[in-house]
Design a protein around this ligand. Structure first.
Ligand code: MSP
Length: 509
């Protein structure tokens, strides 16, 4: 039976155009999806758009469009960006699709019939941009504790989800599954939140119309988070519990930003418990990007637009930078200087030079043909051991979604490669015909280590990896077997590489 792996990104609101924060979650998911495929998993990788709710309704009114016209327009921007960023998603769900609306109505009815959704009255402080009700004690100067914008007191008839009923069960689940919420610091935050007590949750609104009506009572629109979270199962065909749902649920990991952790690790699991469905195996919350030290915001006009970055620096440089610069799970700062530095030092210098030097040498000394290696020396064996160790390290780091550590482990071997060349000095060996076999052995180690490096890089930088592998004469599809030392065959033709990453002049230089 094939091993399956299901992973998701949040579904993005269509009232905003994509920026680097959105690109970040999606990119991390793509790297993980590609890595799991390399390891032989059957992967289902889902992304999509969150198209209902008051925010979208308001944005559409402001733009003089219907909400669906707005969504149709903005969804194209997301899809075009994902193509440009080489995102290998399998399905793109839009919450306005019939398949989704049907599944949400079904879930709502199921929980209602069970008695875990009831009709009541709601009065509290509401933050419209966040679509969240707050108690007075949670407010800070009567402003939303999340976004610091003004809140208003709202009273309305509402359906409630009996979230309080699931407090103990959720707590027990979090405690019994240390990996359920990651990273650990975030898990602790959620644990204390749940311990403080869960209130029943208002799951319908009467204050706007743009959404999925409550089945049998269309004065009410289903709360946008109840609607949105359910995408993770409607995309699998829920309420049909066979098919993809049977195959891929429970999800292996929901990748999200830290701001939406509570929805994913408290609301969503309790909805699922009420519906008698298994809980996600893992919810991982990454940190937020600031830009040149400041919060990214429209009013500061400092929103980093991924399309522009890709046009300027190339897709793989952007992919590399975002995952290398900041440990996944922590906040980070985006700056052009840091990006340019990474391109010049890690990509052009370390990675690109190694490939250029070694492919040039094999062409100069052996007409581009890989030779059978001869007897090895300590230095060859150490280099090989280092390469093999990297494969294990990357696997362990990817398991923990520690993308930057995985890249670091790969770069240690790239540096070891440059050092290996300096120490073995092939140009000196080439001068002595008695050293021909020694030279062949050195060339073999240099190229074989890089073949494995590029196979691992195929998850992070697919285009660069494909180029690197083709210079190295690799044919076929990257696979787990290919990660073993010795895959490079004598007789393989290696081509002299063009620079993979031209150096970039820093702005102002
Ligand atoms: N629609 C909801 C998610 C519903 S999932 C069932 C939503 N959408 S969003 O478009 O506002 O945000 C999507 C993601 O972008 C979130 O994970 C959020 O953390 C991420 N980011 C938004 N700004 C960000 C940064 N500045 N930095 C990193 N990620 C950020 O929330």
């Amino acid at each position: 039976m094939s091993r399956t792996y299901y992973l998701t990104t949040p579904i993005y609101y269509v009232n905003d155009v994509p920026h680097i924060g959105h690109a970040y979650t999606t990119l991390a998911a793509d790297v993980l999806a590609r890595y799991k495929r390399l390891k032989g998993f059957e992967v289902f990788f889902l992304t999509g758009t969150d198209e209902h709710g008051q925010k979208v309704e308001k944005a559409a009114n402001a733009a003089g469009e219907t909400p669906l016209e707005l969504a149709d327009r903005v969804v194209k921007r997301f899809q075009a960006l994902w193509e440009k960023l080489d995102i290998s998603y399998m399905d793109f769900i839009r919450t306005t699709q019939e398949r989704h609306k049907k599944g949400v109505a079904h879930l709502f009815t199921k929980v209602l019939e069970k008695g875990d959704i009831y009709l009541g009255e709601y009065e509290d402080w509401y933050c419209t941009p966040c679509e969240t009700f707050w108690t007075e004690t949670q407010l800070i100067d009567f402003k939303c504790p999340d976004c610091n914008r003004p809140t208003e007191k709202l009273k309305e008839e509402s359906y409630f989800f009996r979230m309080s009923k699931y407090q103990a069960a959720l707590l027990a689940h979090i405690e019994a599954h240390p990996d359920f919420i990651q990273p650990k610091s975030k898990r602790n935050e959620i644990l204390s939140f749940v311990k403080e007590g869960l209130r029943d949750l208002s799951v319908s609104r009467t204050s706007f119309r743009w959404g999925i009506p409550v089945p049998g009572d269309d004065r009410h629109i289903i709360y946008v988070w109840f609607d949105a979270l359910t995408n993770y199962i409607t995309a699998l065909g829920y309420p049909d519990e066979g098919g993809d749902f049977g195959k891929f649920w429970p999800v292996d990991v929901h990748l999200i930003g830290k701001d939406i952790l509570r929805f994913h690790s408290v609301y969503w699991p309790t909805f699922l418990m009420a519906a008698g469905l298994p809980l996600p195996k893992k919810v991982f919350a990454h940190g937020w990007w600031t830009v040149e030290g400041q919060k990214m915001s429209k009013s500061l006009q400092n929103v980093v637009e991924p399309n522009m970055l890709i046009d300027k620096y190339g897709v793989d440089a952007v992919r590399y930078f975002l995952l290398r610069e900041v440990p996944f799970g922590l906040d980070g700062d985006f700056s052009h200087a840091a990006l340019v530095h990474r391109i010049n030092s890690d990509l052009a210098n370390d990675l690109g030079n190694l490939l250029n030097r070694s492919t040039a040498m094999i062409n100069k000394y052996f007409e581009g043909l890989v030779q059978e290696p001869g007897e090895t020396t300590e230095i060859d064996r150490a280099y090989r051991a280092r390469t093999e160790e990297m494969v294990r390290q990357v696997d362990a780091h990817m398991d923990e979604l520690a993308f930057s550590k995985a890249l670091q482990a790969i770069w240690e071997v790239v540096s070891a490669g440059n050092k290996y060349i300096d120490e073995t000095a092939p140009w000196a060996l080439a001068k002595d015909s008695a050293q021909k076999t020694r030279l062949a052995t050195v060339m073999y180690h240099m190229l074989e280590s890089q073949r494995i490096v590029y196979l691992l890089l195929s998850s992070f930088m697919p285009k660069t990896a494909a180029k690197g592998l083709s210079y190295l004469g690799f044919e076929g599809i990257p696979s787990e077997e290919g990660l073993a030392w010795g895959g490079l065959q004598a007789g393989t033709r290696v081509m002299k590489a063009e620079p993979l990453f031209p150096r970039v002049e820093a702005e102002g230089e």
